[in-house]
Design a protein around this ligand. Sequence first.
Ligand code: SF4
Length: 254
Amino acid sequence: METLHRKIARKLLNLESSDSYKEDFSVEGDAETAKRIRRFIKECPHKFVIGCVMDKQMEYTKAWKIPDSIEAHLGGFELEMLLDKEDKIRRLFKKENLHRHPTKAADEMMDALKRIKNVYDGDASRIWCLSQPAERIRRNFAGFKGVGQKISNMAVKILEQQPDMNLAGKDLIDISVDVHVRRVFGRTGLVEGSSSAPGYDQRIIDKAYELNPDYPAALDTPVWHVGRKYCRAKRPLCNACPLDSLCVKKGSGA
Ligand code: SF4
């Protein structure tokens, strides 16, 4: 008999093909960001890397705008020019309030640009074009300052979803663990215990692997979507949530 956890996983994996999910993701910010990310990968790979590095501790749609915003201020986004304008970029982060943590974000951006120049000969696409399978690419991303479990797996998952990419080793792309994923895994009972307990994130990663071993990261976007749209930290919208009939915390006010 199918366990409750497997039913939850099946529901989540089927969610992406549902009309309501597509509708949710066609809202302006999400659709625009998806388009922007595709453009970065195709036309300016180091913008994609910088977008990944920026994508934390702030609304993701705003984080992904940062490379275009810097380009608009500087009149270009060529790698050498950016490296020459380090002081100006650092000032821009503060003056334009580009990121919630402007000093740290500027540090990480400059560090990423230097790494692209020194390790990848100035061509960020070498991070993924020369380094199959997926796990190798994930480790390449993890080599950038400020890029941890969440971002490195997210970057590989985004690349894997591009139409012309056919990455080997999808089974080794982990779910990207963030605040939404932690909340949904905890409230649905997929993992137990306090999210601040040691090893909690690893239990999420292991659970995703157990539930979808061929491609654990496939659970990532639907779980994140449920967390962001329904399973809010305060007053979760259980009655509208696609997991309502399966969730152990449903209706408890979580
Ligand atoms: S039913 Fe409620 S508590 Fe459970 S995942 Fe959905 S929003 Fe969260």
